[in-house]
Design a protein around this ligand. Sequence first.
Ligand SMILES: Cc1cc2nc3c(=O)[nH]c(=O)nc-3n(C[C@H](O)[C@H](O)[C@H](O)COP(=O)(O)O)c2cc1C
Length: 393
Amino acid sequence: MTIAPTTHGSAAAAATAPLFTPYALPGNLQLKHRMVYAPLTRCRAFDQIPQPNAAQYYAQRSTPGTLLISEATCISDRAHGYPCTPGLYTEEQVEAWKPIVSAVHEKEAVFFAQLWHVGRASHQHYQPNEEQPISASSKAVGSGEQVFSPKSMQMEDYPAPRQLDASELPAIVEQYRVAARNALDAGFDGVEVHGANGYLIDQFLKDGINDRTDDYGGPIENRCRFALEVMKAVCEEVGSEKVGLRLSPFGGFLDAHDSHPYALNIYLLEELNKMNLAYVHLIEPRVAGSGDRSEGNDSIASFRSVYNGTLISAGGFNAENGAKAIASGHCDLVCYGRLFLANPDLPRRFQLGAPLNKYDRNTFYSQGTEGYTDYPFLEETAEGKQFLATLDA
Ligand SMILES: Cc1cc2nc3c(=O)[nH]c(=O)nc-3n(C[C@H](O)[C@H](O)[C@H](O)COP(=O)(O)O)c2cc1C
């Protein structure tokens, strides 16, 4: 099943041309085009260790000068909240990542590891000694979303987390720092700190969750403190030009809302301006987590004028609006999730205006190779062959 293109051949090439201009990230990382592979959790790790077929999966999506961001990868044994997600906190995990990163580098692509702590978006059954998950607050996710328990093998309500004491935060900052070092040791070109989608850092940022009364709660400067401490530590460890940060100013996934998203994110971006990061990665308001949401009047456009460095935008992009986003200066790089997941050769398909494979939500988080390494390249489908023949004619 494919999605038919609206334009193809030279018309498509002209329409998408802005996506195919080169771009240099700080640190002299040369990208050949503006399309980024999104961080996508695929739940195919085993015992928190990425498996060998991840090398094939990522390499399929790698071409020279493509930036890929890894699936969210946990910084400690307390950072997990989903089944079969990998980590970067043991030697075995670092060793397992090495051939995966090498496979991407063999294709001359650039690979950043996304560093993740889910905070309260977890369950005792993922935690060491079945302890309570931890968070900025003791409030449970209250939006009706549920967590998969690896013990009952069912969806359950999120349990109430334990509010972290401020004295515990330096140790978590240190885990981010060590995970960043581990990522570089595994061969990654850099790291993206996951500050989006309602996970631990976002739980500190947003006043819909953070109800603390100490130096890490209350005014915006306090709620940004943890995120900035993590960024500072990671930058000191691996060099700021190798560090990105992902934020979702508007999403609302996992009940992460803020009463003043513009003020919060403008303050944060002004602080990040001082750091000379690889990039800041913002999620558009039209998506929440891994799904679409109805668009209101919010826009990340106002953040463009605030942030001086490289800006990646993610969420709901196709060939047309992606090219427009680059041409208009809305962002420097466009991140593609679901379309790239289902089309390992997405940049080529956009350039040609070729039909697209449809993604299958049922295999996003399933086990095995189905929906993982078996999405066909253009010439491997009947429609693709037919399409290529029309170009030759
Ligand atoms: C299967 C799946 C897994 C995802 N996993 C992650 C993740 O690990 N880290 C993250 O920051 N976002 C994750 N997301 C969000 C995507 O990175 C992206 O923001 C979202 O899919 C919207 O982009 P799209 O419209 O191009 O798909 C996930 C989305 C999907 C569909």
